[in-house]
Design a protein around this ligand. Structure first.
Ligand code: 13P
Length: 392
């Protein structure tokens, strides 16, 4: 139930001087550890899925579990796509259950970054989903020694950041001020004056990628300068891997489940430490009071077909429709059905699940919906009833 609007969640953090952790999860152990930590700490949390990890699991399966965990959580939760690569991956993530997305075009030229991000913002906002963009480049690779995959760190330019936010319409801005993805070698040197300059020009929640390996003072200084979301993965990966290695050392013949013993606990502990350091602990109630709940919508259409159409033809029309309508951004599922009750008022039914209330309108006006409805459906379904339901 406490899936909440990520804009409200991060505005609350931004306005109250703390940061919400966005923890990348790669398994059910991670998911359970993160949720357990948030509940123990009574902290808001972002369950984050990074596209770079999608080669390790079936994202549809993990997302289903993530959404179930978010709904069942006793604290406010948002489900976020981290480092989305394309508009298609963003649309897919929203379809699978995300209510926040990041498009990472930070490795591109400024012009390309703006163009791609604008496209994503237009589509995501029509679904009511907020967007994180990134300007500047945070080098390295999550879960590894940053020095192995250094790339070239490019600091965010404050003037450009101001233009970028105005030109793209992003809701949150990831900035590059000296952090790296993965393990640091040596001490991190963060450019706080730069962050301050960005904050003065950009009045939206700022995001730090490469949250692993910073000191409590670093975190405090980042948060004091407008950082409201901290992305964190490598340290979770490291505590999990350490646990597996020690399980293996203690019992060389250990099987799979024994090797994984304690991973969830290790992740939980690490996440709890972050929540305490970043100031999210104990905020859950207040956040819930200030956040809009995130509601999916069930768009229900019941109808009777013209007498000239036999059941087979109706089925064929609906199957074709399902294919077209499923691809519209913000649509999560298209159910087509036939009544099992004899003599029911309506014989056929569509139930189309929307990601959120704003999809009601964007779906209605989408050219693919209009084309299908006007040519294939409405002409044969004059007797129909349509209602949009949101969960109470
Ligand atoms: P770390 O892996 O350095 O914690 O960074 C995670 C991150 O920024 C994911 O987007």
């Amino acid at each position: 139930m406490p899936l909440v609007d990520m804009r409200d969640m991060l505005q609350h953090a931004y306005g109250n001087g703390y940061a919400v952790g966005a923890f990348d999860l790669v398994s059910l152990d991670f998911l359970e550890g993160i949720i357990q930590a948030a509940e123990n700490q009574q902290a808001p949390v972002i369950l984050s899925l990074a596209e770079s990890h999608f080669e390790y699991f079936n994202v549809a399966y993990i997302m289903a579990a993530t959404v179930a965990a978010a709904r069942g959580a006793a604290v406010p939760v948002a489900v976020h796509l981290d480092h989305g690569r394309t508009l298609e991956s963003v649309v897919r993530a929203v379809r699978l259950g995300c209510n926040g997305v990041m498009l990472d075009a930070s490795h591109r030229s400024y012009e390309d970054n703006v163009r791609l991000t604008r496209e994503v913002v237009a589509v995501a906002h029509r679904c009511g989903v907020p967007v994180e963009g990134e300007l500047g480049y945070v080098a390295g690779m999550e879960g590894e020694d940053a020095v192995k995959h250094p790339g070239r760190l490019i600091y965010t330019c404050p003037e450009e950041a101001c233009r970028y936010v105005a030109e793209t319409g992003v809701d949150f801005l990831a900035v590059s001020v000296g952090t790296v993805h993965g393990r640091f070698r040596g001490a991190p040197r963060l450019d706080f004056p730069r962050l301050e300059a960005i904050r003065r020009r950009v009045n939206i929640p700022l995001v730090i990628h490469g949250g692993t390996g910073l000191s409590p003072d670093h975190y405090r200084a980042l948060i004091a300068r407008g950082v409201a979301k901290i992305n964190y993965y490598t340290a979770l990966s490291d505590v999990a891997a350490r646990r597996i290695r020690s399980n293996s050392a203690a019992a060389a013949e250990a099987g799979y489940t024994r090797l994984l013993q304690g991973v969830r606990e290790a992740v939980r502990q690490e996440v709890e430490t972050c929540m305490q350091l970043w100031g999210g602990s104990g905020r859950a109630k207040d956040v819930l009071a200030h956040c809009r709940r995130w509601h999916e919508v069930e768009h229900v259409v019941e109808f009777n077909a013209d007498a000239a159409m036999d059941e087979k033809q109706v089925h064929e029309m609906m199957r074709k429709g399902r294919k077209v309508l499923s691809r519209i951004p913000g649509v999560r599922r298209v159910f087509i059905g036939r009544s099992v009750t004899p003599n029911s008022r309506y014989r056929y039914c569509w139930i189309i699940r929307f990601a959120g209330t704003q999809v009601i309108e964007s779906y209605r006006n989408h050219p693919d919906h209009l084309a299908f409805a006007d040519t294939a459906f409405r002409p044969i379904a004059g007797d129909r009833l349509t209602i949009d339901f949101e969960e109470w």
